[in-house]
Design a protein around this ligand. Structure first.
Ligand code: ADP
Ligand code: MG
Length: 264
């Protein structure tokens, strides 16, 4: 049997549910499941800037798997079931709440710009912001008033989302601090997961250097998508270093030439 041909046919027969900027969603093997496929596309400023970065999808798949699996293990509900291969993971299909939830610990990016706070300033406490998920509108910032008035989430759901965001932030801050990285801020998405008549808000999408600001504790070097946004170069090297510190890439492997080598 020609294995490659069989595999190719199976891949093609899968139904593509959605293609986004960085990922593709395919129909999963069972009802209520999806396959999340990580592409190598890097986009910023609502896809006005776009490049292919070889190996990014592989790294994000592994880093996101690591974070979501650890969250599952400490009882933080997520959509993650298991990783399938280098670029794909099996997830539970959820009804995505159309909000990008941003948690900030240190001033950077749009917060610094809008409020005139110097990048790198420690915030008095973690701050949660909501943005309406709409590429057409450039993801505008919204308040709880907008969210409830337009029915994107109920007041109870907003409470649940904020509690989830704080748990994820506490876990991630500690995880990264332990490997010499400062979690400046991150973006997360949530969804409604139905189990019979019960509904829970769970963490969805991905958590990776594409969706976090990660600064080296000692040098303040950026180890995240700002390397791409700000044309700093060395994106794959930085993402590989994050993976290596988390124990996903083996200690003595560096990537520059042959692309990322991953530990099983
Ligand atoms: N568990 C899930 N169920 C349904 N949709 C999901 C789930 N997790 C993530 N998504 C959605 O899948 C898409 C992921 O692809 P991505 O390339 O990030 O898209 P986008 O360009 O919209 O950001 C996002 O729109 C995200 O909201
Ligand atoms: Mg996305």
């Amino acid at each position: 049997m020609d294995f490659n041909k069989t595999r190719y046919t199976l891949m093609n027969r899968r139904r593509r549910i959605y293609e986004g900027k960085a990922k593709v969603l395919f129909e999963g093997p069972e009802p209520g499941t999806l396959i999340q496929h990580f592409k190598d596309d890097a986009t910023a400023f609502n896809a006005k800037k776009h490049e292919i970065v070889d190996g990014k999808g592989v790294l994000n798949n592994r880093i996101s798997e690591f974070v979501f699996q650890n969250l599952n293990d400490i009882g933080v509900p997520t959509h993650f079931i298991r990783r399938l291969n280098m670029r794909e993971q099996l997830i539970r299909e959820v009804e995505i709440i159309p909000l990008e939830v941003v948690v900030r610990n240190v001033a950077a990016g749009s917060l610094s710009k809008r409020l005139g706070i110097e990048e790198g300033t420690q915030l008095p406490r973690s701050i949660i912001e909501f943005y309406y998920k709409s590429d057409k509108l450039d993801d505008p910032m919204v308040s709880e008033e907008h969210i409830t008035a337009f029915g994107w989430a109920t007041p109870q759901e907003i409470d649940d989302i904020m509690a989830l965001a704080i748990r994820v932030n506490d876990f991630l801050s500690g995880l990264f601090l332990g490997v010499g990285i400062r979690l400046v801020d991150f973006k997360m998405e949530t969804g409604r997961l139905w189990e019979g008549d019960m509904m829970r808000i769970v963490l969805a999408d991905e958590i990776s250097p594409d969706s976090c600001r990660l600064w080296d504790i000692k040098s303040n070097d950026k180890m995240d998508k700002d390397r791409f946004r700000r044309d700093l170069g060395g994106l794959i090297e930085a993402y590989s270093e994050v993976a290596r510190r988390l124990g996903i890439l083996s200690e003595n492997e560096s990537t520059p030439m042959g692309g990322p080598r991953l530990v099983q």
